[in-house]
Ligand binder design. Structure first.
Ligand code: GLU
Length: 430
């Protein structure tokens, strides 16, 4: 995001255009699908604790709702841009389509740094965002969820504000990622990370590589990476390194243990911002290395589970020859100009909008449970999640084999065809 010249929306459009060309999509359909259907840009005045008023900029962008209401998270980030939200809303459309859930694509963002704000300020910001946007979101139009630096408390404040404004009723399906007991689903916290592992497990199975023979390096140690790494080690894999943002130093570090990281132990030394305590890590025998070291490790699997724009041609040369798989837990971690280099080396990519679809799939389950007002136990949620993710993987893998294309291209083909079909059935584009 901060890197000059990097525009995620142009990347998302470039990926779309390439596949649209391959599948021979009509020009009219291309023009419609290569941009969002609706965009809202809002200014949110917030009373700060020191008595001043600060105005924050927020976005909600709906890329496509032909298959169902828009769906996608809200990010809090100091470097958020409209183009990032546009790209992410488009990826949500493809993600819901490839997972075959009856939802479209949307995304929200607010330019802010919650790490520098009190809880009261964050609550007023959440409520202000909904006040500005509530006629344009809702259980049947566009359903937000947590994303980068937002959590279940933010979701609940937003729901509460929405219900207050709409009046005299409860609308638990208006937002997902709510706290358990307040309309949230068991398993939602783990869902994205576990979903990453369900697809990786399937990939390793078809590649005939036992998980227990593999090593991995993770970028990020937030919600996605943590649960993915937990399940990966439970399945017998060895995590050599994880990189993590340090909120005090405003930089990332890589924590390495060549004998295998103990994930619950690393989680236990995270502070409230999610940063791993460097001194405690050293005391436990971890090497503390520069942030970009995660990418240079001699491992079988690289798992970028943080932000977009991380695997680029500029750093590709740093990737070890040993790497066989890139497992994209984040949204958009690889830039399109890096894909040819990855293909040339024969590295298999588990594409982001397939690999990390577990979060939104569980959000869909959350909505279903809210609508029937009956909540499943955790094993039922996770069992359904694994089935959905495995089916999505198999669809993509089989098409990639059949057409002899990369899994990212196969996932795009499936998603674009499903969405274009819905658009046609509705008669929007003939
Ligand atoms: N923010 C997650 C994603 O990028 C989940 C979205 C949702 O649950 O709606 O997929």
């Amino acid at each position: 995001m901060a890197n000059t010249g990097y525009n995620p929306f142009e990347n998302a459009q470039a990926q779309f255009d390439g596949v649209a060309e391959t599948i021979g999509l009509d020009q009219g359909m291309r023009d419609f699908l290569r941009q969002p259907m609706k965009e809202y840009h809002v200014s949110i005045p917030v009373k700060m604790d020191d008595g001043t008023t600060k105005t924050f900029k927020g976005f909600r962008i709906r890329h496509n709702d032909a298959r169902g209401p828009g769906k996608g998270g809200i990010r809090f980030h100091p470097e958020e841009t409209a183009d990032t939200v546009r790209a992410l809303s488009m990826w949500m459309t493809w993600k819901c389509a490839v997972a075959d859930i009856p939802l479209g694509g949307g995304k929200g963002g607010i330019i802010c740094d919650p790490r520098e704000m009190s809880l009261g300020e964050q609550e007023r910001l959440c409520r202000g965002y909904i006040r500005a946007l509530y006629p344009n979101i809702g259980p049947f139009s566009d359903v937000p969820a947590p994303d980068v630096m937002t959590n279940n408390q933010h979701m609940l404040w937003m729901l509460d504000e929405y219900e207050t404004l709409v009046g005299n009723a409860r609308f638990p399906g208006m937002i997902t990622g709510k706290p358990v007991g307040m309309g949230g689903s068991l398993g939602r916290t783990e869902a994205t990370g576990y979903g990453v592992m369900y697809t990786l497990k399937e990939l390793l199975r078809v590649m005939k590589i036992p998980v227990g023979d593999t090593t991995a390096s993770f970028q990020g140690f937030g919600n996605v990476a943590e649960y993915a790494a937990r399940m990966y080690t439970d399945l017998g894999g060895k995590v050599i390194a994880v990189s993590c943002w340090d909120n005090t130093d405003k930089t990332a570090y890589t924590f390495r243990n060549v004998n295998g990281c103990n994930i619950p132990e690393l989680v236990s030394i995270k502070d409230k911002f999610g940063s791993i305590d460097k001194e405690k890590a050293k005391g436990l025998g971890y090497e503390v290395l520069p942030g970009d070291e995660w990418l240079k490790q001699d491992v079988d699997i690289l798992a970028p589970c943080a932000l977009e724009n991380q695997i680029t041609p500029a750093v590709f040369g740093n990737i070890s020859q040993k790497v066989k798989i890139i497992c994209e837990g984040a949204n958009g971690p690889t830039t399109p100009d890096c894909d040819p280099l990855i293909k040339e080396r024969g590295i298999v990519v588990l594409p982001d909008f397939l690999c990390n679809a577990g979060g939104v799939t569980c959000s869909y389950f959350e909505q279903v449970q809210c609508n029937i007002n009956y909540f499943w136990d955790k094993s039922e949620v996770l069992e359904k999640l694994e089935r959905k993710m495995t089916e999505a993987f198999q669809g993509v893998y089989n098409l990639a084999q059949e057409k002899n294309v990369y899994m990212r291209d196969a996932a795009y083909m499936i998603a674009i065809e499903r969405v274009a079909h819905a658009v046609k059935l509705r008669g929007w584009v003939s």
